[in-house]
Design a protein around this ligand. Structure first.
Ligand code: SF4
Length: 456
């Protein structure tokens, strides 16, 4: 693996144009959601959208303009539209068209705090990203998500009621030795658990910096929730594999985690470990194999992957790094480059489309005949794609009319059931406590990241 292309210092809080360009006649939507997936206030927008004759920009944009432009004019400079790179092609292409920004989770998290003039922040991405923006937001800033049922499957495997009992057991056993790192892909409740332990949040772009900082403070780390990112980061810092322990997946037996002593060999393995990983993973990134990497390399392609992929994939690849790193590498690749990318499918499809005119070929890592997962363009983040054009049009129109559903407002500590849409909200005192601790973990991440950039 080419260490030069591992992303450590390329973390950026700035919003720059993604370079995505709408192309005539290229459909903007990959798949439509069934009508009964929309909340009642959004159904009229969905009905109109589903009745459009096709999904080309020539047809979709005039319809979208009729709702979005009046809202953009109504809110003026107070409105901030945000989307993540993993959104379906439709949203990433549209958000920038209306003056918004597409970015990775680190830059998204900072936008409310960096732009105090923005009091209406509308996010098209998964719920934890909107919640993180709301944790760092000021009281006068309202954060909205276009579809509150957009959860993250990795985060769903790391709810506070699963993690709290494990943290209690680890604190009983290791006391002050222990520090908790919460990956950005966690709820505010988990970020607050990290903050209470003196720990920090990390993203895939700064995980090595944060873990190194943590190891300088304490001798044992609990890394929550992605065990692949935890392992890849620890190995990248030179920690031997026998000193990295993955807890069992909560999918298999969440009950066993209530009593770690009941899991054969677990206490012994934890005692020997420097890094203990929670057992979550991302289904989008765990379909990758080292055979797929070699397939492309044998044909002269360069392979870049995201560090939520398994260790053997990261080690076989020519480089690995965060979403922002992958996007910048692709966009700056010289003419004639051939890049196979192991990450979320919508991201790769958008990158391939944008790179074609520069003479750069981009394919998804799974996109070849011999692959078990040979779906063209690779696996997309299905939950994130629940934010589609009807949700964007409806959210902005309902906000302009003062009729936005309360369920779409995101406050720190909110938990939304991704299937039923039922929301559990903390009372004011509980929320203040959560914000204090979650913010301390986020502030530590920001300080670690930015002080590293200052010393570069
Ligand atoms: S790609 Fe995976 S980790 Fe990222 S938001 Fe989607 S489910 Fe979560």
């Amino acid at each position: 693996m080419d260490e030069d292309v591992v992303n450590i210092s390329g973390v950026s809080a700035d919003l720059t144009s993604s370079g995505i360009v709408l192309q005539s006649r290229v459909p903007i939507c990959q798949s439509d959601l069934p009508l009964d997936w929309y909340q009642q206030p959004f159904k009229p927008y969905a009905e109109e959208y589903l009745a459009l004759p096709d999904r080309t920009p020539e047809v979709v944009l005039p319809w979208l303009d009729s709702y979005v432009r009046p809202a953009v004019e109504h809110f003026g400079d107070s409105l901030l539209l945000l989307a993540h790179f993993y959104m379906g092609g439709e949203i990433v292409k549209l958000i920038e068209r209306y003056g918004g920004a597409v970015s990775d989770s680190y830059a998204l998290a900072l936008q409310a705090a960096r732009h105090p003039e923005k009091s209406v922040i509308v996010e098209s991405a998964v719920h934890f990203m909107a919640e993180t923006i709301s944790i760092l937001a000021d009281d006068h800033q309202d954060v909205w998500i276009t579809n509150p049922k957009s959860g993250c499957t990795m985060e769903m495997m790391a709810k506070d009621w699963m993690i709290d009992p494990v943290v209690d057991q680890l604190l009983d056993r290791y006391g002050d030795e222990l520090l908790i790192i919460a990956y950005m892909n966690t709820s505010g409740r988990i970020k607050a658990i990290s903050g209470r332990s003196g720990g920090a949040v990390c993203t895939s772009s700064n995980a090595q910096l944060v873990m190194q900082w943590a190891l300088d403070q304490k001798s044992r780390i609990l890394f929550v929730p992605d065990h692949h990112l935890g392992r890849n980061t620890a190995v990248g810092l030179g920690i031997p594999e026998e000193r990295i322990h993955d807890l069992p997946s909560p999918v298999n037996d969440v009950g066993a985690l209530q009593n770690l002593a009941s899991i054969p060999g677990c206490l012994d393995a934890m005692d020997k470990a420097t890094v203990i990983n929670w057992g979550s993973f991302c289904g989008v990134h765990t379909v990758f194999t080292s055979d797929q990497v070699r397939h492309w390399q044998e044909q002269g392609w360069t392979v870049l992957v995201h560090p939520e992929s398994p260790l053997e994939v990261v080690q076989a690849a020519d480089g690995y790094g965060s979403t922002d790193f992958l996007w910048k590498r692709i966009m700056s690749a010289p003419e004639g480059s051939r890049l196979a990318i192991g990450t979320e499918g919508h991201f790769v499809r958008n990158a391939a489309e944008q790179s074609k005119s520069r003479g750069v070929q981009v394919r998804h890592l799974t996109d070849h005949a011999g692959s078990l997962h040979g779906a063209e363009g690779g696996c997309g983040c299905a939950t994130m794609s629940r934010n589609d054009p009807p949700h964007l049009a409806g959210m902005l129109d309902l906000l302009r009319r003062g009729e936005a559903p309360e369920i779409n407002r995101v406050l720190p500590g909110d938990v939304v059931d991704e299937a039923s849409g039922v929301r559990e909200r903390l009372d004011n005192e509980e929320r203040d406590d959560l914000v204090r601790h979650a913010r301390s973990a986020l502030d530590r991440m920001i300080e670690i990241t930015e002080s590293n950039q200052r010393s570069d």
